[in-house]
Design a protein around this ligand. Structure first.
Ligand code: PRX
Length: 655
């Protein structure tokens, strides 16, 4: 069931033909960090000729306690960057800014969904981080220990991350939308010693509780010693005596004196779980010095970040985008970061636009799925607001369809703001393919070209480069500073998953083509990973969840195109012992998946079948299922059965 699709096409057809091109305005270019194509080409040539020299120059802009002795130690597929150097990302994000006027600059501007707000200057943030680091120490959390963070979008999540990083504890953030089961599995996989959570948070005007899920998870997590609970909503929660402690009570017991630990450049900074092609989520491990270098550089160059900017990335910190571009990248640059707790359409669909006007946001980074929702809600909502402070827009998470790009450009950017379409992954840690807004002419729908110092190619399955406009597999040919170092606890899987499919290179899981201008058009995942509203889900993971239900014998999950979400989850299910499916069971199975993984993985469609189409060797023919799911050929349960038998017969000779 979790085997990879052997029937996938080796090349990928691309039907998109987009010729519009947008050049950076002279005005934008004149003030940009990288202000012309010539300058970008010079950097690119430098990155090509001497990638290690290029990255070393970038790393030098950060604070190192001790300089490195070697830029890169590459024992494929394992890289060590800035070998022998010591640094601390919390120091780089905070202490470094306290020696100048920046100490009184707003680091975080936070708005809660009900409309409450808080501002933390760099000095105040530093103080909170030092205090929470002392709370961690008080509970015996030490360098190298893992701490799970299961929190809403409140400043305390950033504070907890920076506190872990400060003392060298490795954080593992689990998105608040994951279920108790998913939380438990992730805590156990990383062997976390502590969990930090909140009572709840606000979403679309109602309270979403977090603590009960933690209570359930902690029934089966032997390594957890203590749980710190931040009070956000004030709802009544169970506090287990001896294990659970209120954040505010613990913070009152410590002082703010906590120097940042001097950490090796390769010290594990965080684990972040992401979906792959097999059932179990992968704990992607990122380390310190290289990650810091690439997130700091990309935040500065790609978002053209300046001292005066108000920068807003709408991602939840529970995803990699939030790690790199809400917290570490912007704070390392001394930026003012806006954070918002709640939904984009509460109390009305113009909440984001209101926030942009209220805080005079200058840089706005969001996901195509959000943009498609804004389009659906109607342009009357953004048109109620001026949006005159905006100067740069960004997107991430999935391919943006050119029409959505144009809408973003016209309605939000008023034709004035460059758009940076940034391609990267949990595994890459930082942006890899992107325009630089003062230099790169953009075309709607393409992330354009790799950053200087990054070497990307489109290849065939056996490792040969393909020609212009031919679809192929997106690979990365050289190690990069913010790359994942391994899969936590499973180095063999790391080798297998990323470095063995196509010989000698990192295979990203995406199909792409490069056009005659060298621009990269991402065509989506070619593996069994689907992208629902910018959230990455492994089909195998959802299949395992379905099969764990007592009525299910076998399940195959595929994605189907969805106007709003990018992809929707379609599950084909066979039932135990000749049972027949009905709407009630469909509902039960959807709830079951929500319980096992989280609501985000709930199938949009469940179709019952007597059998699934398979090759003679027993592999489910997903390509076929994808076609059926997309074209809607299969309307009901009975026809499903018939179609499958016919299709199966048709395909048996094809192996
Ligand atoms: O398929 C690509 C898509 O999102 C995948 C990575 O997902 P995740 O690890 O969750 O990280 C998302 C945020 C960095 C990629 O393999 N993807 C991401 N950005 C883009 C994209 N597809 C097209 N264009 C993008 N700009």
């Amino acid at each position: 069931m979790s085997e990879k699709d052997q029937t996938a096409s080796p090349t990928i057809e691309s039907i998109l033909n987009e010729n519009r091109m947008f050049h950076p305005s002279a005005e934008f270019a004149a003030q940009a960090h990288v202000g012309s194509l010539e300058e970008l080409e010079r950097w690119r040539a430098r990155g090509e000729a001497d990638p290690e020299g290029f990255w070393a120059e970038m790393a030098q802009q950060l604070h190192w306690f001790k300089p490195w002795t070697k830029v890169l130690d590459w024992q494929p597929p394992h890289a060590k960057w800035f070998v022998g150097g010591t640094t601390n990302i919390s120091y780089n994000c905070l202490d470094r800014h306290l020696t100048s006027w920046r100490r009184n600059k707003a680091a975080l501007l936070w708005e809660g969904e009900p409309g409450d707000s808080r501002t933390l200057t760099y000095q105040q943030l530093h103080r909170e981080v030092c205090r929470f680091a002392n709370v961690l120490k008080k509970f015996n959390v030490k360098k190298g220990d893992r701490v799970a963070l299961y929190m809403p979008m409140v400043p305390e999540l950033a504070i907890a991350m920076l506190a872990c990083a400060r003392i060298g504890a490795t954080h593992s953030i689990i998105f608040g939308g994951f279920s108790a089961d998913a939380l438990k599995d992730r805590i156990n996989d990383a062997g976390c010693k502590m969990v930090v959570t909140a009572d709840g948070c606000w979403r679309r005007g109602t309270e979403v509780k977090l603590k009960p899920a933690v209570d359930d998870a902690l029934l089966h997590t032997p390594t957890i010693e203590n749980c710190i609970v931040f009070q956000r909503t004030g709802t009544k929660v169970h506090m287990e005596v001896g294990r659970d402690h209120w954040w505010h009570e613990m913070m009152a017991t410590v002082n703010a004196d906590c120097p940042a630990e001097e950490l090796d450049s390769e010290h594990p900074l965080f684990i972040l779980y992401t979906s792959g092609t097999t059932g179990k989520p992968k704990g992607i491990l990122h380390t310190t010095g290289g990650y810091l270098t690439q997130v700091a550089l990309t935040t500065k160059w790609v978002f053209d970040l300046k001292e005066e900017d108000v920068y807003w990335c709408t991602a939840d910190i529970g995803w990699i985008t939030g790690h790199s571009y809400v917290v570490y990248g912007p704070l390392a640059n001394g930026a003012t970061v806006l954070m918002y707790e709640g939904a984009p359409n509460f109390p009305e669909p113009d909440r984001f636009w209101k926030i942009i006007d209220d805080y005079r946001v200058t840089i706005f980074y969001t996901a195509p799925t959000a943009i498609r929702a804004f389009i659906k809600w109607g342009e009357q909502w953004p048109l109620r607001h001026q949006l005159s402070s905006l100067r740069l827009l960004g997107t991430v998470g999935e391919p943006i369809n050119p029409e959505a790009w144009m809408w973003y450009h016209k309605i939000i950017g008023k034709g004035r703001c460059p758009i940076v379409d940034t391609w990267w992954q949990t595994e890459t840690g930082a942006i890899m393919i992107t325009p630089l807004p003062g230099a790169t002419p953009t075309k709607p729908g393409t992330a354009t070209r790799p950053l200087p110092g990054i070497q990307i190619e489109i290849q065939t399955k056996d490792g040969h480069p393909v020609g212009a406009n031919q679809g192929g597999y997106l690979v990365i040919k050289r190690p990069w500073p913010s790359m994942l170092r391994t899969i936590w606890g499973d180095d063999e899987r790391y080798r297998q998953q990323y470095w063995s499919e196509i010989p000698g290179v990192y295979f990203a899981g995406d199909g792409a083509r490069r056009d005659e201008d060298g621009y990269h058009w991402i065509m989506g995942r070619v593996d069994d990973v689907i992208n629902v509203s910018g959230h990455r889900l492994g089909t195998a993971e959802i299949e395992s969840a379905l099969v764990s239900h007592e009525t299910v014998a076998e399940a195959a999950v595929v994605g189907r195109p969805d106007d709003l979400k990018g992809q929707a989850v379609v599950a084909f299910v066979t039932l135990e012992g000749g049972r027949t499916g009905n709407d009630e069971l469909k509902q039960k199975l959807r709830e079951h998946v929500a319980k096992e993984i989280g609501s985000l993985a709930k199938p949009d469609d469940i179709r019952f079948a007597d059998m699934l189409p398979k090759t003679r060797s027993g592999k489910i023919m997903r390509r076929l299922l994808r076609e059926i799911a997309a074209s809607g050929v299969v309307a009901g349960d009975v026809t499903t059965l018939e179609d499958f038998s016919v299709l199966e017969k048709l395909r048996t000779d094809e192996e």
